[in-house]
Design a protein around this ligand. Sequence first.
Ligand code: ADP
Ligand code: MG
Length: 387
Amino acid sequence: MGAQQVRDGFVGLYGAEPEGLWAAPGRVNLIGEHTDYNDGFVMPFALPHVTVAAVSRRTDGLLRLHSADVGGGASAPVELRVDELTPESDRDWTAYPAGVVWALREAGHAVTGADVHLASTVPAGAGLSSSAALEVVVALALNDLFELGLRGWQLARLCQRAENVYVGAPTGIMDQTASACCAEGHALFLDTRDLAQKQIPFDLAAEGMRLLVVDTRVKHAHSDGEYGKRRAGCEKGAALLGVDALRDVPYAKLDAVLGRLGDEEEVRRLVRHVVTEDERVERVVSLLESGDTRAIGPVLTEGHLSLRDDFRISCPELDLVVDTANASGALGARMTGGGFGGSAIVLAEETDVPAITKAIEEAFATAGFTTPRVFEAVPSAGARRLA
Ligand code: ADP
Ligand code: MG
């Protein structure tokens, strides 16, 4: 699926050339998991996998939406009226792009309609944030076409609002910011409290390393509910400790703070994960900045153990990837994304990649798990206009 095909698809559907073509990537989070709704640190990078949208303005209030990835691409465009969009109105895939239009209009931007056709190479539901890629590509196209002058982080905020309020998925700000703001050859160090950003050079190939993404193809049916429970537990922890967010608990005082949580066993585990995870992000940043890239491997694995044992959101497939990769010579590995399935990442020397991949595939076969999809993740560009 290339940009030309998306353009051709648009012409076939709407009978005219699109005004432009845009792309927004999926992302992998290198480190900083479940910290974004605790005002903490995250460090995603963009994938080469993108959602491409061909878009034209309309002035008659009509919003027409079509995805080549839904129903084999054979269906007609969905037609909505921009002045009738409400968070209750639709619940299928169109809620993501319609939610973006709704959020822009709610913020006072005169978006008067659009024709949209899109297609994606971001695997959906694999924890690689196809939802943010979809939102951000639409937001960027409308920002350009209607000359709204919004910056990447502002578009990300509006996309988050679309996903939280319109789609009804309580996600943090990381995914949309990653898709909107990442840079090629870099990871994005993001402070989710004030959205301060720093691009950290992360060019593994130049140093003879690779980062593998292993999509376990597992999707936990209750992941939304579990996410909500973790989030509520973190909020309870912050309230018990009298801080605005767990970000405000200093790592140096963690032991004393945990002692104050008395018999709140579960809250204590959640707090410990979030506070130690923020510290791991800062450690990874300083290791990368001092050129000690290989040393981030063990920090990734530490992060996985914290997610498995304290946050309790791993699953047997993710644990098997991490254990097998590390036993076969990986520098480090961890689950990435929301948990209960989705993908894991593996940092490895380039020369060890074939053996590690083979070991993971064999371990999955032996365990009777679905064959995982393994691919290499090259830190790629954020959202951009193609034509
Ligand atoms: P993730 O963001 O991890 O891929 P989500 O459940 O958050 O998983 O988002 C996946 C949903 O986003 C899909 O079920 C679909 O509704 C929507 N989506 C993503 N990409 C596309 C696409 N190319 N076409 C239509 N819908 C899409
Ligand atoms: Mg998503």
